[in-house]
Design a protein around this ligand. Sequence first.
Ligand SMILES: [Fe+2]
Ligand SMILES: [Fe+2]
Length: 234
Amino acid sequence: LFAIYFYLLFKFMSDHQLNVYINKLKVLIADRFTKDSSHDIAHFSRVYNIALKIQKKEGGDRLIIGVGAFVHDVHRSIQADTGKYCEPKDSLPIVKNLLNKINFPKDKIDGVLHVVEYHEEYSFTKKGKTVHDIETLVVQDADNLDAMGAVGIARTFTFGAKFNRPLWIPDLSYKKKYYADSKIEESTLMHFESKLLKLLANMNTKAGKQFAKERHQYMVKFVDRFKREWKGDL
Ligand SMILES: [Fe+2]
Ligand SMILES: [Fe+2]
């Protein structure tokens, strides 16, 4: 019984510490992320929550996964400022600075930077996946889950609107062999073909795949219905 008590106390303490870091980060980055509601602080919070859920089932360093999930898209704030796609790698100096400011344990900083640098690897790009550490794999899954389902659909149309992308161009199909995050597709519906509907097969962890199934089905139904309504079938 004592063992269970201390285990629970330890668990509580470690998540408490994690919350302290996240609250400090929220204050530091709140004003950086107001322009793009597909990559705002609410996205960070959702990815953080999903990542912790996956971590519970799959393991990995909970601090690195939690904080890594929360800062993974700092590169998008640079993108919002410049209007041009910015690689996650280019955000590392800013992220490192943030981690130092919140007194994040020195021996875990590299772990977080690694997660941030490699969170956008997909099996359907030319480069494919190159990393295999559980922390990065969990954050990749969490980030991709937030690109799926009802939230994923909403984020995709918001993102498309930012670039004045048409909803759909029916006679234009996606032909590229490899996906590139830096390219904006011709229509929002095309983004489902190029990326979103490929995410289920791209999941790394068992738990991630499990969570992804329902979201995937929801998107398949949405795209099908969208196209039927567009053609006046209903
Ligand atoms: Fe990203
Ligand atoms: Fe993200």
